[in-house]
Design a protein around this ligand. Structure first.
Ligand code: MLT
Length: 328
């Protein structure tokens, strides 16, 4: 190839490179240049809010911008999630969704205003949150076996708290109800933060909730924990047996909380946010806060946007038959 041919080839290559670069979505390379809103679909003080604040407070340091938590409540988290799906996809509105908003809600809302798999860009998983069977401190059962016998014998008198149809606490509670063959009166709250207040004060009888919300009141004796619904005990509450040890192996639930952005958010923005979230999960102080509350910190391979998309897909597949059969 003579010199002229080589020059022409190089020119063509340069033109292609410029065209590709110019076609890339217009992402300010100084993202983020202003504070980022992070929607939490439940009341402040609940597990999703606590996980969101722990992780985003570190992300904000990495990103050099505030991450402002906005608690938007209602309809088991679907009100906020609908709003997030419709938000601008500029990287400045995110949502911390979870097993409820991005999986259990699908079979429970026939006209759900969003599709967890197509209306969002997964950013990354933040924490696994094992589910516990919790009761008011004077509940008349000393272990899970007695709890099961009591709720089966008194189901019409019992109030089970949850955070609205489609929430983690609601979906987990529905699974427990179907396993035990009971129909307690469900008492909805705007999050399991306020639901826990009601449990501590004895206004409701029991609740299935994420361990993040349970560790402090269990440790100070203001509620009872009968079991944790994961194969292993949790180091934050080592004396609480697993459901399998306590005779209810069918009840296995580990919820999770994760960051999502509106569909169409630029890949470069997703990458920046994902890297900041992963960096937070590697920070010793963040890890200690999450682990002290019983969270399961995702391994690096579980933190990618692709891994989160796979989790949403598998969780919708898991919960749809459970919640559909239970609704008949
Ligand atoms: C919360 O933060 O209140 C919980 O995630 C609600 C739920 O899904 O149970």
């Amino acid at each position: 190839m003579n010199l002229l041919d080589r020059l022409l080839a190089a020119t063509r290559l340069a033109l292609v490179a410029i065209t590709v670069f110019a076609a890339a979505p217009a992402v300010a390379d100084n993202y983020p240049s202003r504070p980022i809103t992070v929607i939490v679909p439940f009341a402040a003080g609940g597990p999703t809010d606590v996980v969101a604040r722990i992780v985003t407070s570190h992300m904000a340091q990495t990103l050099g911008q505030k991450m402002v938590i906005e608690n938007i409540v209602g309809a088991g988290g679907t009100t906020a999630t609908t709003r997030a799906a419709r938000a601008a996809n500029d990287g400045y509105t995110l949502i911390v969704g979870h097993m409820g908003t991005h999986a259990a809600a699908v079979p429970l809302y026939s006209r759900l205003a969003y599709d967890p798999q197509t209306d969002f860009e997964p950013v990354g998983l933040l924490a696994g949150t094992p589910i516990m069977i919790l009761a008011r401190k004077d509940f008349p059962a000393k272990d899970l076996e007695q709890f099961i016998a009591y709720v089966q014998a008194n189901t019409e008198k019992l109030n089970a708290a949850h955070a609205g149809v489609g929430s983690v606490s609601h979906a987990s509670g529905e699974l427990l109800n179907s396993i035990l063959g009971i129909r307690p009166t469900g008492v909805p709250f705007n999050g399991t933060g306020p639901a826990m207040d009601a449990l501590v004060s004895g206004q409701v009888d029991y609740m299935c909730d994420q361990i993040v919300n349970a560790v402090p009141p269990v440790k100070n004796g203001s509620i009872k924990a009968y079991a944790i619904a994961t194969p292993q005990r949790n180091p934050s509450l080592p004396d609480v047996p697993t459901t399998a040890e306590a005779g209810l192996p069918a009840f296995q639930v580990q919820a999770w909380n994760a960051i999502f952005a509106p569909k169409g958010t630029a890949p470069a923005v997703i990458g920046t946010l994902n890297a900041a979230a992963s960096k937070a999960l590697d920070d010793d102080h963040v890890r200690k806060q999450l682990l002290d509350l019983g969270s399961v910190i995702p391994a690096r391979a579980e933190r990618s946007p692709e891994a989160l998309a796979g989790l949403v897909r598998s969780e919708i597949a898991r919960w749809t038959p459970v919640l559909t059969q239970n609704m008949h």
